[in-house]
Design a protein. Structure first.
Lengths: 356, 335
């Protein structure tokens, strides 16, 4: 049902029906604009040495925002690593997202009083989060929780066994799982065409015996419709869904990458004509639900929020070196006490691994 | 010590396999968050029958036959454990566990640490390991050292029915991820008394199975059987051997090992796994560092050879024997 909007046919969003939930879309637009402001700042922080290698979410704003908006508090989110908007909407403060990319594990200690409290942290080993998501969905089913699990991954992840193993068991056990692939056409430098000879990624659901479909990953209303449907289906025990959200990675893979080595400038230029934030802004403006004044005011607010987050991030006290041992086991084993004592008294001169 | 009158003997004779089954049953009765999963474990009760009868008692929701994918089993267990379940997953043979390594190393062992305690991963992976049962290729491996190297992952190996029962209950109760390796050669070797209502055993302690002053024999798993027999044989020559069952490889009870080496001054480490970078090397290095002044002879290691586990026609040549352990012990005494 969602395959009717092939992504590359539209520079503009399809016309939205009269009964569209406009406040929800305006909310969605605000989140997308905020996360784009955040993303730009995060890249700049990396360039100026204030953040580690960072995976930009430029071009993924609609996908990740839709995920965050469609999830219920009692659902569980299992991210890959371009899901900043979803994490933010689940309750992870922006400064904590920076903390994670700033090389500090405290960035994964999501606030206990938010829906993110039980969500998994970012997952760097590709696709390994998907079998875990199946395990979380199994728990939800076992305990009759009426909760859904949303897991995300990129197109490269669909080449891995974990992807197929997770879909397979989700089919066999009728798990309340939604796997959303951000098919942004690139796995670092390797294009989608070299990952799979399948016409679509969505069709891989067929082999697993679950439903799968494509959706325009630059179309927030379409994504919300797709996710509302799939998550609701999961919560009601009607099985798993694979969603292929077709988009385009407008950024480098990470700040350590230079996409100019493998991506044609003309392709990037074409992709920018369909980027999700401007498309939604245009659609809202066309329908009379957003104007230049609101835009100006909101962008100023975004900048303010991001600046505050950066300040909070930069002013976090350093971790104690002993933290690297103190959280490893529920209780520090006797065997580690001597190492902990040594670490606690390590002088700055004794630390290693400095740049030459 | 309590007298027999006060506490009548309520132990029952069980083999190691039955002890595992009883420990699982006990844990599932005590805590409904305990679930078991794996290949062939539900209707079939496991290829060794370790989970026999559990599905009938606890139902298919808590006793799950998974699709045939070890990486999936580990990933499912990580996901379940992250949300508060206590999954006990069976990997059918240790030779097939490598597909699960990424989940164990990159996720299970790190989840608590990388979320600064927000989430944890209280799973148990059970796997039969070791040779000596004339099994096909890939069914006889002992690669415990690979796992003992992983910070955050506990590695526990019982060597008797009673320790299997007490250690598995402790492993399931433990809030950390545990790899529980079951020496399959001992599964049906003998029935020994197991006290089913005893407290779980500590997960960070070596067990002293036999006291002695002349030489320390340090081992774990099925090799405890040969090691105890070697101690018996040495006793016939008037040599008093102390036998230590390491039981938990990570985190390692270094104090007990240093104490025995300091007491006897002579050490033989016995393991079935290959010699090079085997876990015996960690113990030897610990003793060379922390018991050096007490050592009266170089530390001996009696191990498998640095080759893949041979097919079963030659496995008796590979497996450390009582004779090799006795000879190594005598070598330390003659030094």
């Amino acid at each position: 049902m969602f395959t009717s909007t092939p992504y590359d046919m539209h520079h503009r969003l399809p016309d939205l029906p009269e009964n569209t939930d406009w406040p929800r879309l305006v909310d969605g637009y605000r989140h997308m604009a905020l996360i784009r402001t955040f993303d730009k700042k995060a890249v700049n922080l990396q360039r100026t040495g204030k953040l580690g290698t960072y995976a930009s979410c430029l071009g993924a704003e609609a996908i990740a925002t839709a995920g965050g908006m469609a999830l219920h508090d009692s659902d569980v989110f299992v991210p890959y690593y371009r899901d900043h908007a979803t994490q933010y909407l689940r309750g992870v403060p922006l400064y904590q997202i920076l903390q994670y990319w700033g090389g500090d594990e405290r960035g994964n200690a999501f606030p206990a009083d938010t829906p993110a409290a039980r969500d998994l942290p970012n997952c760097v080993p590709i696709a390994t989060q998907l079998t875990q998501a199946a395990g979380i969905a199994t728990k939800a089913k076992l305990c009759h929780e009426q909760a859904a699990v949303l897991a995300t991954c990129g197109d490269g992840a669909t080449s891995r066994g974990d992807f197929h193993e997770a879909l397979n068991v989700a089919g066999v056990w009728q798990l309340p799982l939604v796997v959303m692939v951000n098919n942004n056409q690139w796995a670092i430098s390797v294009p989608r065409s070299l990952q799979t000879a399948s016409d679509t990624i969505a069709q891989k659901a067929v082999a697993a015996g679950i439903e799968g479909f494509q959706v325009d990953g630059n179309d927030l209303p379409a994504l919300l419709e797709a996710l509302d449907y799939a998550l609701d289906k999961a919560r009601h025990g009607k099985g798993a869904t694979l969603i292929e959200a077709v988009s385009y990675r407008l950024s480098d893979h990470t700040t350590a990458d230079d996409a100019g080595r493998y991506r044609k400038a003309s392709d990037l230029h074409a992709a920018w004509q369909r980027e999700p934030v401007a498309r939604l802004r245009q659609a809202l403006a066309d329908a009379g639900h957003w104007d230049a004044g609101q835009e100006k005011q909101w962008l100023a607010e975004c900048q303010h929020q991001v600046d505050n987050a950066v300040e909070t991030y930069l002013n976090q006290p350093p971790q104690l070196p002993t933290d690297m041992l103190d959280y490893l086991y529920a209780e520090l084993p006797e065997a580690l006490k001597a190492q902990r004592a040594a670490l606690a008294t390590l002088s700055p001169e004794q630390t290693g691994g400095h740049h030459a | 010590m309590h007298s027999a009158q006060q506490h009548p003997d309520t132990s029952v004779p069980l083999n190691l396999l039955e002890a595992v089954n009883q420990a699982l049953r006990h844990a599932m009765e005590a805590d409904e968050n305990v679930v078991v999963l794996g290949e062939d474990i539900a209707t079939n009760g496991g290829v060794f029958r370790a989970t026999e009868g559990l599905k009938e008692t606890f139902g298919f929701r808590r006793v799950m036959d998974t699709p045939l994918a070890e990486n999936l089993i580990a990933g499912l267990a990580v996901g379940m454990a992250s949300q508060g379940l206590k999954p006990v997953a069976e990997i059918q043979f240790m030779g097939f566990i490598y597909a699960a390594l990424e989940q164990l190393i990159s996720h299970a062992a790190r989840l608590r640490n990388r979320t600064r305690g927000r989430l944890s991963c209280p799973l148990v992976i059970r796997a039969p390991f070791g040779g000596g049962i004339h099994a096909p290729e890939h069914h006889s491996e002992s690669t415990e050292a690979l796992f003992a190297h992983v910070p955050g992952l506990r590695v526990v190996i019982p060597s008797s029915p009673a320790r299997a029962h007490g250690l598995l209950r402790a492993a399931i109760a433990c809030p950390d991820p545990v790899l529980f390796l079951e020496p399959k050669r001992l599964y049906r070797l003998q029935r020994l008394p197991v006290e089913l209502d005893d407290d779980p055993l500590p997960l960070d302690r070596c067990f002293t199975l036999r006291a002695g002053e002349d030489v320390s024999l340090i081992s774990w798993g099925a090799m405890i059987h040969e090691t105890l027999a070697a101690a018996e044989q040495l006793a016939e020559d008037g040599i008093k051997a102390e036998v230590i069952d390491v039981a938990t490889l990570n985190p390692l009870d270094r104090d007990t090992l240093i104490a025995t080496a300091s007491k006897t001054g002579r050490v033989v480490i016995v393991h079935e796994a290959p010699h090079n970078a085997g876990f015996g090397a960690e113990i030897a290095a610990t003793l060379a560092s922390d018991a050096l002044m007490h050592l009266l002879a170089p530390i001996e290691r009696v191990t498998g050879y640095d080759c893949p586990m041979p097919y079963f026609a030659m496995e008796q040549h590979y497996m450390p024997s009582v004779e090799r352990i006795v000879a190594a012990a005598k070598k330390t005494l003659e030094y």
